[in-house]
Design a protein around this ligand. Structure first.
Ligand code: GDP
Ligand code: IMO
Ligand code: MG
Length: 429
């Protein structure tokens, strides 16, 4: 089973990092293909917590080669801070890392623009992570981006930074009333990393296709999630890339027919950070209780995550668009102790019932959830390792998730630790 993609099926923070890390010791390459350091993937190994933003989570496993594909946007300050922090903790990340020559850079001016545009939007703001991700992708599509390979030619890099800043400085000064940014300072800042980056640059598509030809296992670690996808998410409250499974093809250079398995990570309830519609959001003490029980505070920005019950319409759409072959249901342990567990099975939109995600943004804003109430359980789940270790009601919950979403649940998370997982079907064979 050589090419496996892990994606988020909701609005992010489903536990993709943990799922990736858990498979890591059997994987040869682990590849980030979209997003940047807007991601926050938390992994707990032997009680030690690691929060990764840019490097793929498989990096914690010695045998796998971490890769940043062309679809990723890279902030070099963050990359080397993360590499150095891991090195201090005994994880020699940099020696194995491969970076696509075509990946784009997040520069200091992208960070500034992310923040000023959010401020300018006022109450219509997106609630971005403020990491410069959107502006870096905008430059990529606008063909004025700076790529990793530009670090290999200082004079080209200087020219490109100058060209990119020409119009931006006009905007910064005249529209946003901010100081202009010096192209020389930015260029020198980026070029200080050239020596460290150049040995890591690779033709990632070539490396990965060769590895697949040899029968090696390549794991594509999605960041963000289906409903934050710029095409399929709750636009405009989305991120500026394609975190869906198809993004692994465009963001790493492998063809669609090479992908063998698509693992959708779904939290046993729903969370969202930032602005945007969330039909099942619980604005009352139940939502607060879920937030506290699940420790739902952002890994990247520390913002409290908005919480709701499991929404089958949300996950079902992700299953369809991503051709999910397996679901990995995380944080089931957090639901312990509830007498009844509500699950959203349909929406009422302007008096009509629908079991599929509404087509338009207006309808999503008008949607009221319809709940079904499943039996709860009182036993703690964290020691369970196989399906039969779970209480009957927890097994019924899993079965209902499968029925409602149309995908089999192959793994269940019962705690944050690497080993805290119930394996139902092997995800790699
Ligand atoms: P990601 O962005 O999808 O990788 O998810 P995050 O790391 O942002 O958020 C998931 C959080 O849940 C992290 O704090 C994980 O340590 C934690 N987590 C993951 N799986 C489980 C699980 O099955 N049970 C519990 N209790 N925590 C989990
Ligand atoms: P992981 O990989 C949750 C959200 C932001 C904001 C919107 C756009 O940890 O699941 P951006 O900075 O990308 O322009 O912000 O997307 N967002 C995430 N929410 N988890 C993430 O990543 C996210 N990455 C971006 O909160 O609403
Ligand atoms: Mg996260």
């Amino acid at each position: 089973m050589p090419a496996v993609v892990i994606i988020g099926t909701q609005w992010g923070d489903e536990g993709k990092g943990k799922a990736t890390d858990q498979l890591g010791e059997r994987v040869d390459y682990v590849v980030r293909y979209s997003g940047g350091n807007n991601a926050g993937h938390t992994i707990v190994v032997d009680g030690e917590k690691y929060a990764l933003h840019l490097l793929p989570s498989g990096i914690l496993n010695e045998r796998c080669v971490p890769v940043l594909g062309n679809g990723v946007v890279i902030d070099l300050d963050v990359l080397f801070e993360e590499i150095d922090l891991l090195a201090e903790r005994g994880v020699p990340a940099a020696s194995r890392l491969l970076i696509s020559a075509n990946a784009h850079l997040i520069t200091p001016y992208h960070r500034v623009i992310d923040k000023v545009t959010e401020r300018f939007l006022g109450k219509r703001k997106i609630g971005t992570t403020g990491r410069g991700v959107g502006p870096a992708y905008a430059d990529k599509v606008n063909r004025i981006g700076i790529r990793v390979q530009d670090l290999l030619d200082a004079s080209i890099l200087r020219q490109k930074v100058e060209a990119s800043l020409e119009q931006k400085n006009q905007m910064l000064v005249k529209v946003y009333n901010r100081p202009a940014i010096s192209p020389e300072e930015v260029s020198e800042h980026l070029l200080q990393y050239a020596e460290r980056v150049s040995p890591l640059i690779a033709d990632v598509g070539l490396v990965l296709n060769d590895a697949l030809d040899r029968g090696e296992v390549v794991l594509f670690e999605g960041a963000q999630a289906h409903h934050l996808d710029v095409d399929f998410g709750t636009y405009p409250y989305v991120t500026s890339s394609n975190p869906i499974a198809a993004g692994a093809c465009t963001g790493a250079g492998v063809g669609p027919t090479r992908l063998n398995r698509i693992i959708g990570i779904a939290k046993a309830y729903t969370t969202r950070v930032g602005e945007g519609p969330f039909p099942g959001e619980l604005l009352d003490e139940t939502g607060e209780a879920l937030r506290q029980a699940g420790g739902e505070f952002g890994t990247t920005t520390g913002r409290p995550r908005r919480c709701g019950w499991f929404d089958a319409l949300v996950v079902r759409q992700a299953v369809r668009v991503n051709a999910v072959t397996d679901l990995f249901l995380t944080k089931l342990d957090i639901l312990t102790g509830l007498e009844k567990i509500p699950v959203i099975t349909a929406y009422e939109v302007d008096g009509e019932r629908t079991e599929t995600m509404p087509m338009t943004q207006t309808e999503i804003h008008h949607a009221t959830p319809v709940y079904e109430y499943l039996e709860g359980w009182s036993e703690p789940l964290s020691a369970a390792r196989k399906l039969s270790d779970l209480p009957k009601a927890a097994r019924s919950y899993i079965e209902r998730v499968e029925e409602l979403t149309g995908a089999p649940v192959s793994g269940v998370g019962v705690g944050p630790g690497r080993e805290e997982v119930v394996v139902i079907r092997d995800l790699l064979n």
